[in-house]
Design a protein around this ligand. Structure first.
Ligand code: 13P
Length: 340
């Protein structure tokens, strides 16, 4: 793929009215979500669930790309068609999570560093050969007393930048995901400060590692008060804080920003994304899109419950959330859409 192709894939990932669907839960995370719903945790149930997602009729109207996990990219639908083929057949771009998860960071109690750089070049070549056109790497930054530390922010930013450079060399578009977690009592203002510092460090490292900003997607958290902060904020206040923070830290050369949902409900994630697109319609240089996992999948998972008979209703719920998020991208979402 030439640099031009890398850029056109990036643009297609944040094409008008579309966003990404993250279905790249690692096996332990997927099992944890299944366990909560009383669903058996086997390779076959994980495969069936992912088949439900990728065969949802009409998904390609709203979803530009799906992020897969190593187990999933190797799986096929019941009729034997490889998932990658099902996905591309639906007009959707396949992508792959390539980090090997966040581990406790030496010398930094309460903080984590994402691993996966060893042998990454060879893994990227294999995924590209399997049909992946983009990749994802997630770093996690926790807020609490005395953290995050500079050590944790710098180490994670450096790894994200090394990963992104390797992706571009392998002709895969890197999704760069530095997630400031929602857990904690911190205020919206503290989340703003930390997110701005993390993003500035990430972009400094991306430049040092010679990553072409035109050929990447940023996947950040929204700027929110901590989950247990007594002062929760309105949708508009969250939208304003988030976009103001991004305007200060994210270069205009980046084509698109696709938010993670981080544990927000589907409705709130859509409402907040919508408010950003309404309030900053003509004041932002990048597309503001979504790359949600839970905020798109959760209702479908709850309906499915591991039962084949529930597949059509679960697919309808998935389609509905994807449609709501297209509206949010366009600034056309409202609560009435949830009652249809
Ligand atoms: P959530 O939208 O559930 O936060 O997941 C997005 C994701 O890809 C996490 O890495």
């Amino acid at each position: 793929m030439s640099a031009q192709e890398l850029i056109s894939t990036t643009k297609a990932m944040v094409a008008e009215g579309k966003g990404l669907l993250a279905m790249d839960e690692s096996t332990p995370t997927c099992n944890k979500r299944f366990e909560k719903m009383g669903i058996t945790q086997t390779e076959e149930t994980r495969r069936s669930y992912r088949e439900l997602i990728v065969t949802t009729p009409g998904l390609g109207e709203f979803i530009s790309g799906v992020i897969l996990y190593d187990e999933t990219i190797r799986q096929s639908s019941t009729d034997g068609t490889p998932f990658v083929k099902v996905i591309t057949g639906a007009g959707i771009i396949p992508g792959i999570k390539v980090d090997t998860s966040a581990k406790d960071m030496a010398g930094h109690p309460g903080e984590r560093i994402t691993e996966g750089l060893d042998g990454l070049g060879a893994r990227l070549a294999e995924y590209s050969q399997m049909g992946a056109r983009f990749a994802k790497w997630r770093a996690v930054i926790a807020i609490a007393d005395g953290i995050p530390s500079r050590g944790c922010i710098e180490a994670n930013a450096h790894s994200l930048a090394r990963y992104a450079a390797l992706c571009q060399e392998a002709s895969l578009v890197p999704i760069v995901e530095p997630e400031v977690l929602m857990d904690g009592e911190h205020s919206l203002e503290r989340c703003f400060e930390v997110t701005a510092e993390v993003l500035r460090t990430v972009f400094s490292q991306l430049c040092t590692q010679r990553v072409a900003l035109e050929g990447m997607i940023l996947k950040p958290n929204m700027v929110l008060p901590g989950l247990t902060c007594p002062k929760q904020e309105t949708v508009d206040k969250v939208a304003d804080a988030t976009v103001r923070c991004l305007l200060r830290a994210v270069p205009a050369a980046v084509p698109g920003i696709a938010f993670l949902s981080g544990g927000q409900s589907g409705e709130l994630a859509s409402a907040r994304l919508n408010a950003m697109n309404v309030r900053f319609k003509s004041q932002r240089p990048w597309a503001l899109a979504f790359s949600f996992a839970r905020a798109i999948q959760q209702p479908a998972l709850e309906i499915w419950q591991g039962d084949e008979a529930n597949v059509p209703a679960a697919q309808q719920a998935l389609y509905h959330r994807a449609r709501c998020n297209r509206a949010a991208r366009r600034g056309e979402y409202n609560a009435a859409m949830e009652r249809i």
